[in-house]
Design a protein around this ligand. Structure first.
Ligand code: GCU
Length: 671
């Protein structure tokens, strides 16, 4: 490891001007002679990306004079036919990367594969992993690698913590095309192939996005993403036939409604022929949907699917459906059960081009919740998993929270339904991909917190290869961003420690929802306790938690029998989820021999102390790191410490007052 020889530019993310780290003269020779003979938007983009990446990243200018050393980029079919090679065919979007003594070959199964191969070549060069003899054949595990933007047309971003929307301003589509191209590059380089550009809550002007008033502009946006292999998705409002058309109702079984959608969809595809489809949030949090007409979600989704089918479009139908007008006194309803209850009975009832989009957990992107029981259970319905890259419940990109840590845990979850039933093993089989709510905005560094770039990077890498560990991802990202330096190594360690730290000072042991209502930053133990949203922990002076075993709501029984048995028994249930599944007295003994309450106190003291220690580690980097990044991270960490202190005090005080039981270690609990 040496010190980095370049000035880090936050805007460039994982494409820094790296200099020429350990690139041998022979590799440099091959790289400076680029041969690309194929035509086409994406393949030509692949060539341009390689030239650009080599020039900006390594200072290698790639000419095209034939010499005895060269780099070839193309599709496998073309290279085999034109040059008599015998490259083996790959899965769609896959590539082969071969290095001999005289030649580097980047061969895609299709143009997108070649583009992905080019990016991989650039990154592996930086990571020092390309040598004569390198032979890599890779393809993404999943076909759907989606970013969802929750951007509103007025320029705000729902749950956005990195500035205003990249796409909209004052109810108009307004963007800097260069910036969009740079964004497309970032996304393509981590394998993203679809992007929804407007909030799932389709309100106000956004309802008109699918009309002629906006479509020409949407089409221009699509044309910036297209060469990067990224297709657009539009979120639609289920009531559009009434809002935009003159129909009195949007009943999916009404032929007039179906034909309105067909015509509108034809119109949309005339503007954007390769639109990936529609995303729909229906009957959820006040959005309209088929329930209003006594229809099922399969009937609603299939009606849209029929309109999209002639265009090879698909419906991304969200499963975030629950009663959001609940009476907190009513113990018979359990929000955690809702998605399974609504969608499991419909398994097999959805058309081929409907893809259910299921949040990873049964609640709502909480810091710790179990994996949704729909995964592994749905056998006859196409589906993908939804994650949140934006840090709604994980610190608003003020607090550092390296999300691949959580995602690795999700990938490791065993649904226990048949052989090879871990989520990561289902990825690319029953789970066809990921949709992640994006974390970027107009902030110059894209993500607000500079280190939150690692979450975007990690999301793409994991959608591509769900077997990657969070450590490998952190290593790659740190080195690509900060160089192969001690600094990168330290930052990697900081990232890897950050999720457990955040979890310690947050809602304890899977209890969920102790955040300030609405904003979802900072603690409020009873903020959601007596509200309509169905998110209760029911703490009293003796116990806390909802009994989700058969003696309680029975949520555990939505899992496979073997899994249900684990969750049903507090002695077997993972302790980080114990309060999700059980109602326990505060003196319940945890595995470390201390009571539940004492563990709550301890973790909250520790969480705060660990943030302090993290700041010390960060301060140790002063002088070795770009001053701007150093200062911007430090200022966020100071705010994080304040937040962690507030969580510690508010949570500990809450339980101290509720139970009357003091901290066994005699620490001061304020209040
Ligand atoms: C959460 C979030 C909302 C969002 C919703 C969704 O509830 O707070 O802002 O609209 O998820 O996923 O649709």
């Amino acid at each position: 490891m040496g010190s980095h020889a370049y000035k880090i530019c936050e805007y460039d993310c994982w494409f820094q001007a790296w200099g020429t780290p350990d690139i041998s003269p022979s590799l440099a020779g091959m790289l400076s002679n680029l041969r690309i003979e194929e035509k086409g938007e994406i393949i030509e983009r692949a060539a341009a990306e390689l030239r650009r990446g080599l020039a900006r990243g390594f200072g290698i200018s790639a000419g095209s004079k034939a010499r005895d050393q060269e780099t070839l980029v193309g599709t496998i079919e073309h290279l085999n036919t034109a040059l008599g090679l015998s490259l083996p065919s790959q899965k769609p979007e896959g590539f082969v990367l071969q290095v001999t003594d005289t030649r580097i070959i980047v061969a895609g199964q299709d143009p997108r594969g070649a583009l992905y191969g080019v990016y991989r070549l650039l990154f592996l060069l930086r990571l020092g992993k390309i040598t004569a003899g390198t032979h890599i054949a890779e393809a993404p595990a999943t076909s759907y690698r989606i970013i969802n933007h929750w951007d509103n047309l007025d320029g705000t971003v729902e749950r956005g913590y990195a500035g205003k929307s990249l796409f909209y301003q004052d109810n108009r589509i307004k963007y800097d095309p260069r910036r969009i191209e740079d964004y497309a590059r970032l996304l393509a380089s981590i394998g993203i192939n679809r992007i929804s550009i407007n909030n799932a809550n389709v309100r106000g002007a956004a309802k008109g996005l699918i009309t002629e008033a906006y479509l020409p502009e949407v089409a221009k946006l699509a044309s910036i993403f297209r060469p990067f292999g990224i297709r657009l998705i539009l979120s639609i409002n289920f009531a559009s036939p009434c809002v935009l058309g003159d129909l009195a109702a949007a009943d999916p079984l009404d032929p007039a409604v179906a034909s309105w959608w067909k015509e509108q969809t034809d119109l949309i595809y005339r503007a954007i022929p390769d639109l990936a489809g529609f995303m729909v949030k229906a009957d959820s949090e006040f959005e309209p949907g088929p329930f209003q007409y006594g229809r099922t979600h399969a009937e609603g989704a299939n009606m849209l699917a029929a309109a999209l089918r002639p265009h090879n479009g698909e419906v991304f139908w969200r499963c975030f459906v629950y009663n959001c007008a609940q009476d907190w006194r009513d113990h018979s309803v359990d929000r955690a059960k809702a998605a399974y209850d609504h969608f499991m009975p419909l398994d097999g009832g959805f058309d081929e081009n409907v893809i259910l989009q299921i949040k990873f957990g049964p609640y709502d992107f909480q810091v710790r919740e179990p994996v949704s029981p729909l995964f592994g259970a749905l056998l006859k319905t196409r589906h993908i998993m939804e994650l949140q890259i934006t840090q709604e419940y994980t610190g608003h990109q003020i607090d550092l929270c390296y999300l691949p840590w959580l995602w690795e845990d999700i990938m490791s979850f065993d649904t226990a339904r048949g052989p090879a039933s871990r989520v990561r093993e289902l990825m690319g089989r029953s789970i066809e991909g990921l949709a992640g709510v994006g974390n970027v905005g107009l902030d110059q560094n894209w993500t607000g917190h500079p280190l939150a770039q690692a979450n975007l990077y990690g999301y793409g890498r994991l959608a591509w290869d769900p077997g990657l560990s969070s450590e490998v991802i952190a290593h790659e990202w740190s080195v690509l961003t900060f160089g192969d330096t001690e600094v990168a190594e330290t930052i990697k360690k900081i990232l890897l420690a950050s999720y457990p730290i955040y979890e310690k000072y947050n809602a304890p042991f899977g209890i969920c929802f102790m955040v300030n209502p609405g904003i979802h930053y900072g603690p409020s133990p009873e903020g959601y306790e007596f509200s309509k949203w169905g998110t209760y922990h029911r703490a009293d002076r003796r116990s806390i938690g909802i009994d989700r075993t058969p003696a309680g709501t029975g949520y555990t029984e939505q899992y496979a029998p073997q899994k249900a048995a684990v969750f049903r028994d507090p002695a077997c249930c993972p302790e980080n989820l114990i309060l999700f599944f059980h109602r326990l007295p505060y003196d319940y003994r945890m595995k470390n021999g201390e009571t539940l309450l004492q563990n709550i106190y301890n973790t909250h003291f520790e969480g705060y102390d660990e943030v302090k220690a993290m700041i010390d580690t960060w301060m140790g980097l002063k002088g070795n790191l770009d001053e701007g990044i150093y200062a911007s991270v430090l200022s966020r960490m100071e705010r994080q410490l304040e937040n962690a202190g507030e969580w510690r005090d508010v949570i500990n005080t809450y339980f101290r007052r509720k139970t009357g039981i003091p901290d066994a270690k005699g620490r001061v609990i304020s209040g």
